[in-house]
Write a protein that binds this ligand. Structure first.
Ligand code: SF4
Length: 184
């Protein structure tokens, strides 16, 4: 556990795919966990868009009161991870690799920070299969020895709530998933 813990809740490292999605997820996790955000998304293209989304993740954290860690933008490793799957449709095999890439990095970071739990905002998206994300999360948890919280944030109108909160906070919401292959 990290030093100077203020309250008696376990810490959880939350992989944040974007600021808007983090709002409703934070609201749901906060009663039980000390949430620390991790904006690890080298899938985002182009770099300008990455920084815009990173800024909005920071803004969500500032407004709601949680810390967000932003690593360096490193798209080369991600491109390597999805090589050969460029033509896959959204929701296909490339996305599963993409989830794995980001969740592995989150589990690694949790280990580094001494945090026992990790999870992701990805399940809030109506376009993403929560079952696939859970399968990936379970595999990563087993590999790295960090506990994965299987939470389906799209349930109980999670996405709708994220739209409402993002509007109130004035957050930018992107029009495509993230990678260059999802721009069309
Ligand atoms: S469409 Fe989205 S989830 Fe799929 S590979 Fe691209 S960025 Fe990742």
């Amino acid at each position: 556990m990290s030093e100077n813990k203020k309250i008696d809740k376990p810490e959880i490292l939350l992989h944040i795919c974007c600021g808007p999605d983090s709002t409703a997820v934070y609201e749901r996790l906060e009663p039980q966990y000390e949430v620390i955000g991790y904006f690890h998304n080298p899938n985002i293209y182009p770099e300008k868009e990455y920084h815009k989304r990173a800024e909005n993740a920071l803004k969500a954290g500032r407004e709601l009161g949680f810390k967000v860690i932003i690593p360096e933008y490193n798209p080369e490793e991600w491109l390597k991870a999805v090589r050969g799957l460029e033509k896959e449709p959204e929701g296909g095999k490339r996305c599963e690799k993409c989830f794995r890439h980001n969740l592995e990095a989150t589990a690694q970071k949790a280990l580094e920070l001494g945090i026992s739990f990790f999870t992701t905002t990805l399940t809030i998206s109506p376009h993403k299969s929560s079952d696939t994300i859970f399968k990936v999360g379970r595999g990563v948890a087993e590999e790295y020895g960090v506990m994965f919280l299987e939470a389906d944030f799209k349930k109980k109108d999670g996405f709708k709530r994220s739209v409402e909160l993002s509007r109130v906070l004035g957050l930018y919401r992107q029009k495509y998933c993230g990678c260059e292959y999802s721009m069309k």
